[in-house]
Design a protein around this ligand. Sequence first.
Ligand SMILES: Cc1cc2nc3c(=O)[nH]c(=O)nc-3n(C[C@H](O)[C@H](O)[C@H](O)COP(=O)(O)OP(=O)(O)OC[C@H]3O[C@@H](n4cnc5c(N)ncnc54)[C@H](O)[C@@H]3O)c2cc1C
Length: 391
Amino acid sequence: MRTTVGIIGAGPAGLLLARLLRNAGIDSVVLESRDRGYVEQRQRAGILEQGTADVLRAAGAGERLDREGLRHDGIELRYDRKRHRVDFPALTGGRSVTVYAQTEVCKDLIALQLKEGGPLLFEAEALAVEGADTDHPRVRFRHDGREDVLDCGYVVGCDGFWGVSRTAIPAELTRVFERVYPFGWLGVLADVPPSHDELVYARHDRGFALLSMRSPAVSRLYLQVPEGTDAEAWSDEEIWAELERRFETDDDWTLERGPITQKSVTPMRSYVHEPMRHGRLFLAGDAAHIVPPTGAKGLNLAVGDVVTFARALVHERETGSAELLDAYSQTCLRRVWQAERFSYDMTTLLHRLPGASPFEERLQLARLERIASSRAAETDLAEGYTGFPFG
Ligand SMILES: Cc1cc2nc3c(=O)[nH]c(=O)nc-3n(C[C@H](O)[C@H](O)[C@H](O)COP(=O)(O)OP(=O)(O)OC[C@H]3O[C@@H](n4cnc5c(N)ncnc54)[C@H](O)[C@@H]3O)c2cc1C
């Protein structure tokens, strides 16, 4: 089997890349180790930056997003029983975000790919990338019980944090930057309309809580829990009671309860792999970097990477110059590090850090007060949340 761009992984990065390349007249093959149902149901991100929504629309994947996505013009910060709204358009010259689940982005892109795009093979597991630093990189993969080889002009590793593509970059050329946090998020889906029409980020002495949503009828709620917590150790009653405590305010706001349909714990990590390119192998999305979900950046970073790659390859096709491909890693990493900084700031601003001294806790509240009282500090948050420009 032969193609111009071999794409490993059919998460948001791989699927969007296949679509962008198809629209530019460049052929690709996508290999995905899991089945279609699994990829379409995997609950993850839900906030699209303005730039991400614009890219999906321009790629022809915006129809259902525009119909069902919920435009959000702000978030609420909650601390010390107080509420402060951050107004994105007023602070950023009109920018906003859209609530539209990653599962729905993937469903839309899969449907388009199967209808109009090149091959998308499910249950096709990449085993290794070979010859990354030659003109003829190859992906060895297993499909339908037998091994095969995909000969490529370029390979893009979109196979997430646990994928194989990163391992094809020699260790002596690699630097890894990592921070693992001593807590995670217990996330639940509940069949109840969200109790607030925008996301609520709550800092509480008992730990962080987030009120989010998947649709007008489905709430997504999170609680900070110690690292290694088993989701099943929390009863539904305990989850609702703890959420109520952490969202408490001085006014008459109340949290509506409903049936919990799913619960899971997400570990929290910051991770960057440098470089993001080796020869003709390019890493994109979670294969190269992870952010804690507090800043809602993971999916948006994946989109930025594949837009950068697609532009660079089109530039090479049109001008014969590989300058943008050569600059891929630096271009992506500039944006990646801004998102790492923002996600780290949001995480340390809002979570209860084990071992934090009373002094550090007062500083955390002072940072929140600063955002609530200074337009400059608030603008910095709004700019980061609505997204950094693509390179
Ligand atoms: C539990 C969880 C919750 C999250 N919540 C949020 C959130 O609330 N907000 C936010 O912004 N971000 C969140 N994220 C992060 C966000 O979902 C990711 O940043 C995003 O999925 C990255 O997309 P991707 O395409 O790079 O990788 P992925 O979505 O991980 O896709 C990688 C794909 O590659 C496939 N694959 C792996 N290995 C192979 C192989 N060897 N061969 C073939 N295919 C392979 C995988 O099956 C997968 O389909 C969350 C992540 C997790 C894990």
